[in-house]
Ligand binder design. Structure first.
Ligand code: PRE
Length: 88
């Protein structure tokens, strides 16, 4: 594969990543509505821990750096919380 082709592959993966981030964020909008209905706080630390543990385990399964993957998930959770706070 040429460098251009490899970069095209990365471009396509990057687009998919953004699409997945958008889908995760859209779910946060629905979660915000459920939490508001049930008078629950936006932050659920136990659930965040579960998400982080799962991210670490998935990273190990795919042989990528667990700490880096967890850092990305920390950002994704923060993005969700910002989105949820804007929606309630
Ligand atoms: O599961 C929830 O309650 C969510 O709001 C989603 C999410 C996440 O991004 O995974 C975000 C904020 C919460 O503190 C916990 C988890």
């Amino acid at each position: 594969m040429s460098l251009d082709e490899l970069r095209e592959e990365i471009e396509s993966i990057d687009r998919e990543l953004v699409e997945l981030i958008a889908r995760r964020t859209y779910v946060a909008d629905t979660i915000a509505a459920v939490k508001e209905e049930r008078d629950l706080p936006t932050t659920d630390e136990r659930q965040e821990q579960r998400v982080m543990d799962r991210a670490g385990a998935n990273a190990e399964q795919f042989d990528v750096d667990a700490n880096l993957v967890k850092a990305i998930f920390r950002l994704l959770i923060e993005l969700n919380k910002v989105e949820q706070r804007e929606n309630r």
